[in-house]
Design a protein around this ligand. Structure first.
Ligand code: NI
Length: 170
């Protein structure tokens, strides 16, 4: 396992549409291992492969409470089959947009189909934080970031901030 570098805004790779994982190979399992190590180290609760520069439709997540045992979960080729009319709102953050948090409204419940690391297909209903997190991570696979849901004013402000920071780091 290895901790990989997380790609930060405004890196253009974050706008790529990731490709489906065709087969769950040893390489895919190794990628998931690296993603967990990177995610726990950050620390974060969800990570999409593109955030470490791999444009494949793979997500790692752990929504366990700090006091509880870990609950590592992998979602391969996840698809939203259904979204509720009802909306829910959470203050979201993103490891690719560090130290920036904003309230985002999304469908409160979604039904998701995904493949696990054994190549088995599952369907599951998500609500609460799980619904928000899986939608946020699936967005990454489509090149969408949570700041895209903010007002133009707020989005321009955060983009500018990260552009400046990237320039300084050059
Ligand atoms: Ni994110």
């Amino acid at each position: 396992m290895a901790i990989r570098d997380i790609i930060i805004l405004p890196d253009k790779q974050l706008r790529l549409v990731s490709k489906p994982v065709e087969k769950v190979t040893a390489e895919v399992r190794k990628l998931a291992d690296d993603m967990f190590e990177t995610m726990y180290d950050a620390p974060g609760i969800g990570l999409a492969a593109i955030q470490i520069g791999v444009p494949q439709r793979l997500i790692t997540m752990d929504l366990a409470k700090k006091e509880g045992p870990p609950n590592p979960r992998v979602f391969i080729n996840p698809e939203i089959l259904w979204s509720s009319e009802e909306k829910g709102s959470y203050e979201e953050g993103c490891l690719s947009i560090p130290e920036y948090y904003e309230e985002v409204e999304r469908p409160a419940k979604v039904r998701v189909r995904f493949t696990d690391l054994d190549g088995k297909v599952h369907e599951e209903e998500a609500e609460g934080l799980f619904a928000t997190c899986i939608q946020h991570e699936i967005d990454h696979l489509n090149g969408v970031l949570f700041v895209d849901y903010l007002s133009k004013l707020k989005r321009d402000r955060v983009m500018k901030k990260f552009m400046k920071a990237a320039k300084r780091a050059e």
